[in-house]
Ligand binder design. Structure first.
Ligand SMILES: *Cc1c(COP(=O)(O)O)cnc(C)c1O
Length: 404
């Protein structure tokens, strides 16, 4: 008789987005005349930029001719894209990352979930709290997290690093030494960032204790302040302790198109084993490469027109972020994020829990957001609004919130 991976049974149901959908549907059924505005989504809404559509069309046409047809892509990505990434995202920022240290993939969610496979099940992970759920859940599936306590909503073998208003949403070095440290800056869900000096402290710490940092930079394009690092490889010594995950989803609207990449420097070693070799082996065995069509579209992101068009798209969302942040401040809320990230993180008023505020906002402003407690116990008492809606909806939502 076959047996299942019992680790899956340990996962507490993630009811966050299904509960939100259920509550919104119930509200809409009871109030059919009300128009509900959704500022809860973590998905983009603007269409792909013209330069990307052109690249996609061009690549599709190539696929239709024998001379330019492309079959399986190279496992690790086409040279044209890896070279463009190495130049634009690293060399141009003074960072020493070679094209062959870049692994092209179909997105950062898969990579952030899969990367734990190349590490021992005995490793201890440290995560921010609140956190993007993928990091913890994939380690649960691998059997790395111990047992779940439904009261504290914590795993016995996970090191939680609370990120709250008290520490300006920046994690402090953990008391217990981790083997793998997940960091995401600019952060989802809090919208917070850390400075280059603060990140340097983490890099020095990881090198000192022999830990690896898995750095999720999915929101890099939203950075507007000068002292915020665009990549962990701006920090001295990151080549011996860091893996970086990047995505084309949030900077270029590829959430439905799918493209991302992971950087593993060849200097990152356990004894004399390069993690680069293990990930290359994993990619080669389990992955047949991101589609040619998408990789051509990814290349267009780095063209001069691409950069210009995408900067406008990011500016569009960041203008929404400003509308949300300033609107909430005018209405008397305590707000953070929204400056280097498309997420606004607000403190729920008084003693309201995250879910109580969800219900209150839905009932009184017909606006949907995401309860902070859904991202981890330290998210309780907070609430996330996203700047990924349309400008019109964002303005309308804030008008309603101000009238509550
Ligand atoms: C959106 C997001 C990603 C990107 O995922 P893709 O699979 O590339 O679409 C990665 N990390 C975080 C924290 C995100 O919010």
């Amino acid at each position: 008789m076959f047996k299942i991976n019992e680790n899956y049974l340990k996962l507490p149901g993630s009811y966050l987005f299904s509960t939100i959908a259920k509550k919104v549907n119930e509200f809409q059924a009871a109030n059919p005349e009300k128009s509900v505005i959704r500022l809860g989504i973590g998905d983009v809404t603007q269409p792909l930029a013209p330069v990307i559509i052109d690249a996609l069309h061009g690549a599709v046409d190539e696929m239709g001719k024998a001379e330019t047809f492309h079959g399986y892509a190279p496992d690790l990505g086409y040279e044209f894209l890896r070279t463009a990434i190495a130049k634009n995202d690293y060399a141009d920022r003074g960072c020493d990352i070679a094209a062959d240290e870049i692994f092209v993939s179909d997105g950062a969610k898969c990579d952030s979930g899969n990367i734990q496979e190349i590490f021992s099940v005995d490793n201890k992970i440290a995560v921010c709290d609140p956190v993007y759920p993928v990091y913890v859940d994939t380690n649960v599936m691998a059997g790395r997290t111990g047992t779940y306590d439904s009261k504290t909503e914590m795993w016995s073998d996970v090191i939680y690093m609370p990120c709250t208003a008290e520490n300006n949403f920046a994690p402090e070095l953990p008391k217990e030494t981790p083997d793998m440290i997940y960091l995401c800056f600019p952060n989802n869900p809090t919208g917070a960032t850390i400075t280059k000096d603060q990140l340097q402290v983490w890099v020095d710490y990881a090198n000192k204790v022999g830990a690896v940092i898995i750095y999720d930079a999915a929101y890099e394009a939203y950075i507007s302040e000068p002292d915020v690092p665009h990549t962990i490889f701006e920090c001295e010594g990151a080549r011996t302790c860091a893996i970086e995950l990047k995505s084309f989803s949030k900077n270029a609207g590829f959430t439905g198109t799918r493209l991302g990449y992971t950087v593993i420097p060849k200097d990152l070693k356990c004894g004399d084993v390069m993690l680069h070799s293990l990930w290359a082996r994993r990619h080669g065995t389990k992955y047949n490469g991101a589609p040619y069509i998408q990789q051509r579209a990814g290349e267009a992101v780095y063209s001069p027109e691409g950069k210009e068009q995408l900067a406008k798209q990011v500016a569009y969302y960041m203008n929404n972020a400003k509308v949300i942040k300033e609107g909430l401040q005018e209405a008397g809320y305590t707000v953070s994020g929204g400056v280097n990230a498309p997420y606004i993180w607000l403190k729920t008023p008084g003693t309201m829990t995250s879910w109580e505020f969800f219900d209150y906002l839905l009932a009184n402003a017909n606006v949907v957001g995401t309860p902070g407690s859904g991202f981890g116990p330290s998210g309780e008492g907070y609430f996330r609004l996203t700047a990924f809606g349309t400008y019109e909806n964002t303005v309308a939502a804030l008008e309603r919130i101000k009238k509550m």
